[in-house]
Design a protein around this ligand. Structure first.
Ligand code: TXA
Ligand code: MG
Length: 320
């Protein structure tokens, strides 16, 4: 397994070819790093599940190069979903749509729906476009971490999570730190109004403004399976506690205007919710590397990205 730093165009072309040959390529997106495989290659997809240690009935997001690829993978696409794709792609939003015949059970976990996204990151877009030039139709990519663990936002974090499980011909494209830092907004678009399954940087206000339709967040867990919806997920080794008084020796993550309690190890001091999302997973990882037992997090208040941070934080805290 090779880490390719600041990949050149030729190196990206080589990675696209490796995907076509059935190997795995981890790559940066604007949200988190993904572990990629050819979305039509059942054997390559089964390796994603074993490398991640993920149950096989959990569906994967198929990454496509542009909105033009949408109707290869999805059918009966509602107008509001087209509007959303036009407005927010490339970007941190995944649409769940009724699947076409191309989206096999090994991608959808046996469900009739498929998750699709155009990522907004130059290496990812170049990889998708080179993959397409050689006949590729989409790259399936879950976050490049072991099942239930914290998503990686740097190539080093991918290496740390998955390095020992990858093969010689697999690779990690290092495109630097992810800009958003938490996973995409997931929207169920299989009914006549959108339902947020996982909050992210594309917020309900943004969705309602674009579609003119009220979004829902009270989804039916039995209808759609989404591992990010499990009560416990995104968890570091350290115990994460929300809003408690930090004791000496604890890790501490809070907005910059909140002072560091005495004897506590400050892991991050973001200025606002955007910065909070950007540094959050890296800060949790640093806590684990330092061997901390407990990390206290003071969550930012408000709407927008604060909602997504709260969601990940609640799940991280449920982990232990
Ligand atoms: O930002 C992201 O979305 C990143 C980057 C790499 O694109 N990907 C990501 O993938 O977070 P993953 O697999 O770690 O999380 C995707 C979530 C999972 O909870 C999965 O169950 C759900 O999306 N999902 C995928 N396809 C689905 C489908 N057809 N129906 C319902 N949920 C789906
Ligand atoms: Mg994940």
């Amino acid at each position: 397994m090779e880490i390719i730093n600041n990949p050149t165009h030729d190196e990206i072309k080589k990675a696209a070819k490796a995907l076509k040959d059935g190997h795995l390529v981890a790559f940066p997106t604007e949200t988190v790093y993904g572990l990629g495989a050819d979305a039509t290659d059942e054997k390559a997809i089964s390796r994603i599940y074993s490398v991640k240690g993920r149950p096989t009935d959990h569906p994967l997001i198929v990454h496509i190069s542009s909105i033009n690829q949408l109707d290869k993978w999805a059918i009966d696409i509602p107008d509001y979903a087209i509007k959303l794709a036009q407005e927010f792609w490339p970007g941190p939003m995944t649409l769940i749509l009724k699947r076409s015949d191309l989206a096999k059970d090994f991608i959808t976990g046996g469900q009739e729906n498929v998750g699709l996204r155009v990522p907004d990151q130059s290496v990812a877009l170049a990889l998708l476009s080179e993959f397409e030039k050689i006949g590729g139709l989409g790259i399936a990519a879950p976050s490049a971490n072991r099942f239930g663990a914290v998503s990686p936002t740097t190539a080093d974090a991918v290496m740390e999570e998955l390095g020992i499980f990858l093969h010689t011909e697999d690779s990690i494209l290092n495109g630097g730190q992810c800009v958003v830092g938490i996973e995409s907004t997931i929207l169920d678009c299989t009914t006549n109004f959108p339902t947020i399954l996982r909050p992210g940087a594309v917020t309900s206000e943004m969705i309602e403004k674009t579609t003119g339709i009220k979004t829902s967040s009270d989804f039916n867990k039995n209808r759609i399976r989404s591992s990010g919806l499990l009560e416990s997920h995104y968890s570091p080794k350290a115990k994460v506690v929300i809003g408690a008084t930090a004791e000496p020796g604890d890790g501490f993550i809070a907005l910059a205007n909140i002072p560091t309690p005495k004897g506590v190890i400050r892991l991050a001091s973001p200025e606002n919710s955007e910065e909070f999302a950007n540094v959050f997973y890296r800060a949790l990882r640093r806590g684990d590397q330092t061997g901390l037992k407990q990390i206290i997090v003071i969550q930012p208040s408000g709407e927008g990205l604060a909602i997504a941070i709260k969601d990940r934080l609640t799940k991280a805290a449920a982990g232990k």
